[in-house]
Design a protein around this ligand. Sequence first.
Ligand code: ADP
Ligand code: GLC
Length: 483
Amino acid sequence: MSRSVLFVASEGLPFIKTGGLADVIGSLPKALAKRGHDVRVVLPLYKKIIEKYYDDLERLGTVEVHSGWIDQPATFYSAKVDNVVYYFIEHQAYFERDGLYGYEDDGERFAFFSRAVLDMIYFIDWWPNVIHSNDWQTGMIPLLAHACYSDDYRYQNIKHVYTIHNMAFQGNFGVDMLPSCLGLDYYYFDTGAIKFDSGISFMKAGIVYADKITTVSPTYAQEILTESYGERMDSILRYRKYDLWGIINGIDIDEWNPKTDKHLAKNYDVRSYVSGKRANKEALQKELGLEVRDDVAMIGIVSRLTNQKGVYMITDKINEIMAMDIQLVILGTGESAAEDSFKWMEDAYKGRAVYYCGYNEELAHRIYAGSDLFLMPSLYEPCGIGQLIALRYGTLPLVRETGGLKDTVNPYNKYTGEGNGFSFWAANASDMVYTLNYAIDQYYNNKPGWKGLIKTAMTEDLSWDKSAATYEQLYYEICNWAD
Ligand code: ADP
Ligand code: GLC
């Protein structure tokens, strides 16, 4: 039965991206729409979206949003992409800034956004069966709907799904925000419902008030119930564990397709990957000023450079890694300690290692295509999109066995030929180097094994098909929909 779902998020492709959340918001709604549902997405109207897409947007109208002590106008816009309607919420002072997050008033900005989303539903008079919120920025929505909008039965009828993409970003703020920005009573703090330390938590509100909670891989769903991965929310998650589902992310296999990718020097598929990857490696070496050698093992990294991603295991062992017969290409921005180490590395290993400090979508495509190995030794990883793209491009992921990395990368077994990559378990740099040495040895000395791995990697089903069906099942369950 066709139903309606409103996805609410703080970023989403094709309009705006800083990480994997945008990949998910750009592809899961599309996959659900393909299954016949009316799926729409709402995002803040950031400066970068205005600069690139303003002329494509239709202005719908303005309402006064009662966000706590002040009433402020929100203007709504819309656009349609691939059968999915996107809405945008405009508030100049909050969203027309250079970056997306990391501002002192982030709590205030996303409190406003959350209330404006609920007001928008009334304004456009479209009443979805499900509101599907994502990450801390939208965690307040299930609570706000319950506390401030439930006089209207149409809001009461809406069910709420809350997806955790990363437990580490929780949106924890002072308690004064309750009346001042959210228009909520202190009751929600006093009863402990959304209390966290001495303040309140947007993420906790999502966990407590949504009908169902999901996270982006089965293993991470288990991990966050433990003290080691729960980021101090494990007890509240354990309390709701029967409503917590772990559903693995897919990728947009049309967007990430080495056969049609416009950014590549040469397109290829599973039959033509040998010449295809060779041409892409050569082009990448020329583009980045590396020594041109088609036989060398090329290791690629495309990542936020933060502790989560295990980057300090790499910086600690950079000399040992570079002692191998390899080339290394790193694309990413993040913590200055990591950036500085990689800048040093580039100087120390000229012609063999390159660090591109920045965000570059096109270069990312070329690194996925031109590399032989994709290194992603994350300390924790809710799902990970990078390793999925790498698989699709026949670039074997080398990962730590955690979260979605564990669920999607099957380590090579040289005796049976099984596997689609390489992995190690302990969060220990020596184990990473050991596994890297092993992988490089396979690359140079076990050509048939390597070929088998690439074939398996490139023929994996990385699409949303299976997971979109699981989300649909989840929606059915909370809405009591019959087929
Ligand atoms: P996270 O969302 O935790 O950063 P994911 O692996 O889920 O990690 O998703 C990261 C996404 O962002 C991938 O699509 C990756 O290709 C992309 N990405 C990360 N850093 C960069 C960068 N510097 N330039 C281009 N794309 C990047
Ligand atoms: C977060 C996680 C990442 C996941 C992405 C999309 O950014 O860190 O593991 O792939 O969200 O769900």
